[in-house]
Design a protein around this ligand. Structure first.
Ligand code: HEC
Length: 397
C-alpha cells in the first residue's frame, strides 16, 4: 500500500479508536461510579420500585438519577442503550491492528530475530490467538466457575500469562503486547455483545410481556461487566505500551506485562471499593510498592567500566560512524530504508549536534532498552551499544 495513504488511514482509524475508546471507558467509569454511590431512596420513590437514589450537579444543572430494583412497570418510549461505544471501539481497534500489524506484518509483527514467519503465518497466529483466548473465556464464563469469582480470575490470569509467553516467542515484542491487548479488548466487547446486551434485551422483553424478569440474566451481565471494570486499566496500559520499550523490550517482557496487568487491576479495585465508602488504602500502597519493585527489577544494568575503558576516550567520529551505519537508514532527511521513507518520529541524525540533542533518547532506545535500531534491522552489535553508552557517560561528565 502507498506509504502516504497508509499513514492517513492509520491516523484516521487511530483517532476514531481513541475517541470511541474514551466514550466507552468514560461510560463504564461513570456507571460503575453511579452504581456504587446509590443511596437508599425516600419512601415515595421506594414505593415506585426504585432501589437507588442519587443526586448530582454537573455543567450548571441538577440531575436526579434513580435505579430500579429490577425494571420499571413499563418500558419508556425512549430508552438509551450503551453498546455502540463498545462496538465501535472494537471495530476501529481491529482495523488499526489489521492495518499496522497484518498489512504491515513484515514491518511491525514479524521480528526475524524472534521467529522467521511468513506474513500469512503471522496473521494466522495473531487471529488464532484472539479466537483461542476469547473462546476459552466465553466457555469459562458459561461454566459453574462463574459463581467462583476468585478461581475464575486465577484461571484467566494463567490463560493470559500463557498467551503472553507464547506470543512473545513468535512475534515482535510490540506485536505480542498489542495482541494481548486485542485479546482482552475482544473479551470486553464480547462481554457487551454476548452477555450484557442479550441480558438487557431479555429484561426489556419480560417487562413488555408483563412477566417477572429472570434475575439470573441480570447476574450474568453483572459478572461480565465486573470483569470489564478490572480490565480497563490494563488495556489502556497496553494501548500506550508501544511507547515504552523499557517494558516490552525487556528479556522477560511477558512477565512484565502480566505484572502490570495485575498492578493496574488492583489500582482499579481500590477505586471501586472507595466508591462504596470502603477505604482500603493498603491496596493502593501495595500496588504502588509493586510498581516500584517492578521498576527496580527491570532497570537496565548500570554500566561498569573495565580498566581499559576508563582511560579510553570515545571520539565523536566513532559515534557518528555508528549512527551513520546503524540509524541513518531511517533517521535522516532522506532515508534509504525500503519501508520508512520519512524519518520516523521526526528524528534525524544528520549532524553531531542532532545526535547530541537526541542523546537522552538514544540512551533510552539503544542503550537502556535495545529496541533501536527498529527490530535491529541494521544489525547493531552489543559492542557498538557499549561504545554509545561510554560516549554518553563521557558526554555528561
Ligand atoms: C529500520 C528503521 C529504523 C532504524 C534503522 C532505526 N530506527 Fe529509530 N525509529 C524507527 C521507527 C519506526 C520509530 C518510530 C516508532 C517508535 O518510536 O518506536 C523510531 C523512533 C526513534 C526515536 C524517537 C522515539 C523516542 O523514543 O524518542 C529515536 C530516538 C530513535 N528511533 C533512535 C534510533 C537510533 C539511536 C537508531 C540507531 C541506533 C535508530 N533509531 C535506528 C525506525 C528505525
Amino acid at each position: 500500500m502507498d506509504a502516504y495513504l497508509n499513514e492517513w488511514l492509520n491516523l484516521i482509524i487511530r483517532f476514531a479508536h481513541l475517541i470511541t475508546g474514551i466514550a466507552w471507558v468514560g461510560a463504564s467509569f461513570y456507571f460503575v461510579w453511579l452504581d456504587n454511590h446509590l443511596e437508599t431512596p425516600p419512601q415515595e420513590k421506594a414505593d415506585k420500585g426504585i432501589k437507588g437514589d442519587l443526586w448530582a450537579i454537573h455543567g450548571g444543572g441538577f440531575y436526579e438519577v434513580a435505579k430500579y430494583q429490577l425494571a420499571p412497570p413499563q418500558i419508556p418510549a425512549n430508552l438509551h442503550w450503551f453498546k455502540w461505544e463498545a462496538y465501535t471501539t472494537w471495530i476501529t481497534g481491529f482495523l488499526l491492528l489489521s492495518l499496522m500489524f497484518y498489512v504491515g506484518a513484515d514491518t511491525y509483527l514479524i521480528d526475524k530475530n524472534v521467529a522467521d514467519l511468513s506474513q500469512f503465518q503471522a496473521i494466522a497466529y495473531g487471529v488464532g490467538s484472539i479466537i483461542v483466548g476469547v473462546g476459552c473465556y466465553e466457555i469459562l464464563v458459561r461454566t459453574k466457575l462463574k459463581d467462583h469469582g476468585l478461581i475464575l480470575g486465577l484461571i484467566l490470569l494463567i490463560l493470559i500469562t500463557a498467551l503472553s509467553y507464547g506470543l512473545t516467542q513468535v512475534f515482535s515484542a510490540r506485536g505480542a503486547y498489542m495482541h494481548i491487548g486485542a485479546i482482552i479488548g475482544t473479551m470486553m466487547a464480547g462481554n457487551v455483545f454476548f452477555g450484557i446486551i442479550p441480558a438487557q434485551k431479555a429484561l426489556v422483553a419480560a417487562v413488555e410481556k408483563g412477566e417477572a424478569p429472570d434475575a439470573s440474566y441480570g447476574l450474568n451481565a453483572k459478572l461480565r461487566s465486573t470483569h470489564n471494570t478490572y480490565t480497563t486499566l490494563p488495556i489502556i496500559f497496553i494501548m500506550i505500551s508501544n511507547h515504552y520499550p523499557i517494558t516490552y523490550n525487556h528479556e522477560y517482557n511477558w512477565l512484565v506485562l502480566v505484572a502490570i496487568i495485575l498492578i493496574t487491576a488492583a489500582i482499579r479495585q481500590y477505586f471501586v471499593l472507595r466508591h462504596f465508602g470502603k477505604q482500603k488504602p493498603m491496596i493502593l500502597v501495595g500496588a504502588i510498592a509493586a510498581l516500584i519493585a517492578l521498576a527496580y527489577a527491570i532497570a537496565p544494568q548500570k554500566l561498569t567500566l573495565t580498566e581499559a575503558e576508563k582511560s579510553q576516550k570515545i571520539t565523536n567520529t566513532q559515534v557518528q560512524t555508528i549512527i551513520e551505519q546503524r540509524c541513518s537508514a531511517c533517521h535522516s532527511s532522506s532515508p534509504s530504508d525500503a519501508v520508512f521513507k520519512v524519518a520516523p518520529a521526526g528524528v534525524m541524525f544528520n549532524s553531531l549536534d542532532d545526535i547530541k540533542r537526541w542523546a537522552p533518547r538514544i540512551k533510552a532506545r539503544s542503550v537502556d532498552a535495545s529496541d533501536m535500531p527498529f527490530m535491529n534491522k541494521t544489525q547493531m552489535t552489543k559492542q557498538e551499544r557499549r561504545i554509545l553508552a561510554l560516549w554518553l557517560t563521557q558526554l555528561n561528565s
